[in-house]
Every structure is written in C-alpha cells, then in structure tokens.
Write a protein that binds this ligand. Structure first.
Ligand SMILES: [Zn+2]
Length: 239
C-alpha cells in the first residue's frame, strides 16, 4: 500500500487509482488513498468515483482495518469491480474548508496556550475545548492575534519522527503543544512557521493548508462554559 495522498499531498483533488477491496458493508478501498478517513475531529471526505461505464457518489470516508480509507457510497448503486481502474474526485470545496478550519485551530491553540481537551471541525467552522477555568478577558484581542498569525503567511510543513528520535530529544517534546502518541514506531509532526519564526509544533494526522494565509480571515464566536473547568471556543471562516 502506498503512502496516502491526503497525507503526502493535501492539495491533491483527483487521483488515478485502482479498487483493491470492497468491505462486506459495500465500502470501497482504493490505492492510492486520496480521501481522508474521519478522525482527529476532522470529518471524512466526500466526492465521486468515476470508472469506465460508471460513477458513484461518496458520502463520507471512514477508517477501516490498518487505517485504510473506506469510501462509503451515498446511496445503493452498482460498484466498480475489484481491480477496476478508477478516478477519485474529492469534493474539494468541502475538504479545503476542513483544511482551513483545521489549520486555524492549530493557531487558536497558539493564541490560547492552554491544554486542549477536545475539538471538532466542520465546513466553515470549528471548535476547541480548553482546560480554561477563567473566561478570556479580551476576545477581540485574541481574534486580532489569531488573524495576525494567519496574515504572516507562515509555511505549514510535516515531518516524521521515530519514537527513538523523540526519546533522544526530550527538548523537542517540550516545545510541542500536544504530547506525541508513542508506541507506533513513528509520529507525524505538523510545524507552523520555520526556524526562529516557528509558532507551533504538534503531532497531527489531519490535512492542513500549505501556508497560513490560505486560511483567510477568521472570527472567534461564542465561548461556552462546558463543565467546571472547560470552555469551548468556536471559530468561523470569514472569506
Ligand atoms: Zn492538524
């Protein structure tokens, strides 16, 4: 199985692929995998599969065995056979919105440097839950700081690091805003900004924009109290 395209090239919108499996429930698995499977608070991708003589709409994508992208048809319809050459087409507007919101949430955790207890991404908006006993005093200032980071047009890059390298570099873990999951051999790191201008580094398996200006302007919406120490902060894309 080749490296998933959603991971190696988050801006790939279409891919020539081959159907390699169909699950008992009628989900389709193709190689390479273009569609992001639901996980980490980010919804699964939707789109279409075209083949010689057919087209099927995909409603969402779920994570199957070994992390495979299982594309779920929107309605019962004839499926391409195993082995068929197909063209995978993302619903790019939806996915790109998820990428913009997702990357904006990384930056939200920079301007609110508190432990994150949960999060959710959808089209045009998203939220993070923080371990935040006191409500922020100045929300317009937080919003301005968030948009200032976006306007710096910082590069968003990814690296893989092995568990052994992490253990040998405790300082690196210290600079991360989220503790990396260990025990799978390697961890994917998402870095925003580079060198002296690095503003965030955290383990993440989702899809992100290439540079922060691609997010566009965002607003911070309501801040809700969730339990004794948690507060939920919602952001919305403005462009
Ligand atoms: Zn991420």
């Amino acid at each position: 199985m080749t490296e998933p395209l959603y991971r190696s090239d988050s801006h790939a919108r279409t891919a020539e692929a081959r159907i390699i499996a169909i699950t008992p429930e009628g989900g389709l698995i193709a190689d390479p995998m273009l569609f992001y499977p639901q996980g980490g608070g980010q919804p699964g991708d939707s789109g279409w599969i075209d083949w010689d003589g057919g087209r099927i709409a995909i409603a969402t994508t779920l994570k199957g065995e070994d992390g495979a992208s299982v594309m779920v048809p929107a309605e019962p319809a004839p499926l391409p056979p195993i082995g068929a050459a197909v063209t995978l087409r993302l619903d790019w507007d939806r996915r790109h919105s998820h990428m913009r919101v997702h990357t904006a949430l990384h930056l939200l955790s920079v301007v609110i440097p508190l432990p994150v207890t949960g999060g959710q991404i959808s089209v045009g908006k998203g939220r993070l839950d923080f371990d935040m006993p006191e409500a922020p005093q100045d929300v317009p200032a937080l919003e301005a700081a968030l948009n200032a980071l976006i306007s710096r047009d910082l590069p968003v890059t990814t690296d893989w690091i092995t568990d052994a390298e992490l253990e040998a570099n405790p300082g690196l873990v210290k600079t991360m805003s989220v503790k990396p999951p260990m025990g799978q051999g390697r961890v994917r790191l998402v870095r925003i900004g580079a060198g002296e201008a690095q503003v965030d580094l955290q383990p993440c398996g989702g899809t992100h924009v290439a540079r922060t200006a691609e997010i566009g302007r965002v607003s911070i919406g309501k801040i809700e109290k969730k339990g004794r120490i948690n507060r939920r902060v919602t952001i919305e894309l403005q462009d």
